[in-house]
Design a protein around this ligand. Structure first.
Ligand code: FES
Ligand code: FES
Length: 194
């Protein structure tokens, strides 16, 4: 049962070791902010930080993630105060939003290591697919987030959510199991937390 740290909490997944991290996060840990194309094709809706690097969680097994520090979009900031989150809203770089969690994760990793990236560096570091085509605004948002990171400007564009991520997950579980009579049972794929 692979153990790791997810959003600062120690977690042990009672799942097959070759389970993709994506499914463990979404279906067992109820962290559905991480999106999915079903496997490898969308270049990053599923991105999470693994020891600070943005990686596709559909391509990592929970065995490979053993002992690592995982940060999902829910854990990037509890109140949407991360510079990338603020800049994405300020620059209106979100349309349908499906790609947004993965893009924010990739951008956060980039700005962390390079707060003044060029357009080319942004395009190389954030290969994520966006079917709505937010790319021009995305470049502006990432460069603006870099300026916020360097304290050259501040943004107050995205208000804190009115509910904690944990409470939201409890209200809308990722999975429900039903018995043979079709009655609701316990949530499927429970996560053991120490
Ligand atoms: S789910 Fe699309 S690349 Fe991972
Ligand atoms: S905002 Fe719709 S896919 Fe990117």
């Amino acid at each position: 049962m692979p153990r790791m740290t997810v959003n600062d909490s120690p977690v042990e997944f009672d799942m097959e070791p070759n389970t993709p991290l994506l499914y463990a996060l979404r279906e067992a840990a109820n962290l559905t902010g991480t999106k999915s194309c079903g496997g490898g094709d969308c270049v990053g809706a599923c991105m999470v930080l693994v020891d600070g690097a943005a990686l596709r969680s559909c391509l990592i097994t929970i065995a490979e993630a053993e002992g690592r520090f995982i940060t999902t979009i829910e854990g990037l900031s509890r109140d949407r105060s991360h510079p990338v989150q603020q800049a994405m809203v300020a620059e209106q770089a979100i349309q349908c939003g499906y790609c947004t969690p993965g893009i924010v994760i990739a951008a956060a990793a980039l700005v962390q290591r390079n707060p003044a990236p060029s357009r080319q560096e942004i395009e190389e570091a954030i290969p994520n697919m966006c079917r709505c085509g937010v790319y021009p605004r995305l470049v502006s948002a990432v460069q603006r987030a870099g300026r916020v990171t360097q304290r050259q400007e501040s943004i107050s564009a995205a208000p804190a959510p009115g509910i904690s991520a944990a409470d939201a997950a409890r209200q809308v579980p990722a999975l429900r199991v039903v018995d043979e009579a079709g009655r609701d049972g316990a949530d499927a794929g429970e996560t053991d937390t120490e």
